[in-house]
Design a protein around this ligand. Structure first.
Ligand SMILES: *[C@@H]1O[C@H](CO)[C@@H](O)[C@H](O)[C@H]1NC(C)=O
Ligand SMILES: *[C@@H]1O[C@H](CO)[C@@H](O)[C@H](O)[C@H]1NC(C)=O
Length: 497
């Protein structure tokens, strides 16, 4: 009897702790690297640095840099865009280094500096795409210090190579943009960026080649009024006005276009539109029916961030469940076809960002944001965490698992060949310590399957159009020909255990 109880207890504790995601970094409170101790003391004394006012929100990995964004919601944030060097000696709670510099993060220096940055994205042409929303403060005390501007950096030279200010027509008085998706075409010039306007209910498209932006409006960008109630970390609050938020592009389809997937934050529904529409400024009007309902994820699936990998698997944050969810776009989007990739009721409270790097590692940031905004963080506790896991490991044993990628057709090989050079330049191995390796033997596949409760949302969605399937993505298998470093790394982790 006692033995059985212990076994049961063991299983329960496994179920609530992340088993696949490895915690790489964690912080009670953030801190910054300064050129010297004197400057740091000065920053602390003048209030230029108030550590407990900093909340990390976005992450992105590019080679040996892990970018971390920190919005300026409160005073004392020395830099909104930062990075952690992955090639430096490992520290479990590294201090942030401003990117590209302190000067390049000057609050209110609209021409040269960044004021507030949320989620960021690197592309395969080694550029970092950053939207400066230009705000200081948090609702209702927000000041628009600078206009919305797209800032693109050359990651090799750390120079800003483009600054573009949104046209006044692109934004409305309530505009709030925290998410970005990239649509890379056949050349580096043929790149589009999309920005979701959560509170202005719009979608802004920007063409690198034309250096021009335009704005789409659609009723699918609005929140679902029935699901505006949130329960996270023991807090109950209403985010019922939150519209289009998490966005990601699919791999390129046979027709040469991608699909932009999007969902409002206050919603359980996933929508999509082909980039054929978004890339065409003339489609700003008359394209209502080109926007599609993909399906519903089911109850308690509010999401803030999503990303799709080259095999068409989508990962998304599940803020109600302290989890990362997954869906393979080869299957219809319905609750049965969604799985929890990993979950942790302590560590994954408010997963704020999820990214997949070129080596197909999934990076997750969790930051307890509702506690920071609606209550108060306990700085004696670990509040911010960054996790990583190979994508295949995360989806293993779930309905999202993909078959081994198929060999690609010569036609699409030529389409993707410019990229190959970039991908193969990635160092074969980076230093990626596992701070808290979980014993692989305890891993229980039946728990990881953990499918979201099959509660039918038919009543909520019966009036909406039938789910729509976009053409399947062309497999881009050639990208796998470079042996992923984490295969080796993975076996190393298991050896250690
Ligand atoms: C907004 O600013 C005012 C004046 O500085 C202050 O009294 C109030 O507490 C602030 N509200 C929030 C929600 O921070
Ligand atoms: C792009 O447009 C911006 C206007 O926001 C302008 O300042 C900038 O010089 C343009 N860049 C290029 C490369 O045309």
């Amino acid at each position: 009897m006692v033995g059985r109880l212990i076994l049961l207890f063991g299983l329960i504790s496994i179920a609530s702790a992340a088993v696949k995601l490895q915690e790489v970094y964690s912080w009670n409170v953030l801190d910054w690297n300064y050129p010297d101790q004197y400057l740091k003391q000065q920053a602390l004394q003048t209030g230029a640095l108030i550590r407990q006012n900093a909340l990390p929100v976005g992450i992105e990995r590019w080679r040996d840099k892990l970018f971390v964004s920190v919005p300026r919601w409160r005073p004392g944030i020395p830099a909104t865009l930062n990075y952690i060097p992955l090639d430096a000696p490992y520290e479990p709670s590294p201090k942030l280094t401003p990117y590209p510099s302190f000067q390049g993060n000057e609050l209110g220096d609209c021409e040269n500096g960044l004021t507030t940055v949320y989620r960021i994205k690197a592309d395969s042409c080694d550029r970092l795409w950053v939207l400066d929303v230009g705000t200081y403060g948090y609702d209702p005390n927000v000041t628009n210090v600078c206009p919305y501007s797209i800032n693109v950096y050359d990651l090799h030279t750390d120079q800003r190579i483009r600054r573009y200010v949104f046209r006044p027509e692109d934004i409305v008085s309530t505009t709030f943009i925290a998410n970005i998706a990239l649509d890379e075409g056949l050349s580096c010039d043929d790149t589009f960026a999309y920005f979701s306007d959560e509170l202005g209910y719009g979608l802004i498209a920007y063409s690198w080649e034309q250096n021009k932006s335009w704005r789409f409006s659609h009723s699918y960008f609005f929140p679902d009024p029935l699901v505006g109630d949130f329960n996270i970390a023991g807090l109950n609050f209403q985010w019922g006005a939150e519209g289009i938020f998490g966005i990601t592009t699919s791999p390129m389809s046979a027709d040469g276009y991608r699909t932009l997937y999007f969902s409002p934050l206050s919603s359980y529904t996933e929508f999509a539109v082909s980039t054929r529409i978004l890339r065409d400024e003339s489609k700003v009007t008359g394209s209502y029916r080109d926007f599609k309902v993909v399906g519903t994820r089911g109850r308690d699936t509010h999401t803030t961030a999503k990303v799709m990998d080259i095999t068409g698997v989508q990962l998304f944050s599940l803020i109600d469940q302290n989890a990362i969810g997954c869906w393979s776009s080869r299957l219809p989007l319905k609750p049965q076809n969604i799985a929890i990739a990993d979950k942790d009721d302590v560590g994954l409270v408010f997963p704020s960002d999820v990214k997949i790097d070129n080596a197909r590692n999934v990076w997750v940031m969790s930051d307890r944001m509702p506690v920071f905004l609606e209550s108060e963080l306990n700085y004696g506790d670990i509040n911010f965490r960054i996790y990583v896991a190979p994508l295949e490991k995360l989806t293993q044993g779930t309905v999202c698992e993909t078959e081994s990628p198929v060999i690609q057709s010569p036609k699409s090989l030529s389409v993707y060949s410019p990229r190959l050079q970039t991908i193969s330049q990635i160092p074969s191995k980076i230093f990626l310590p596992a701070t808290s390796p979980r014993p692989a033997t305890l891993y229980n596949p039946s728990i990881s399957q953990n499918v979201i409760p099959k509660v039918s949302n038919n009543l909520l969605y019966s009036k909406q159009p039938q789910p729509f399937f976009f053409p399947p993505a062309t497999p881009q298998t050639d990208l796998f020909n470079t042996n992923p470093w984490w295969l080796k790394d993975n076996s190393r982790i298991h050896d250690r255990i």
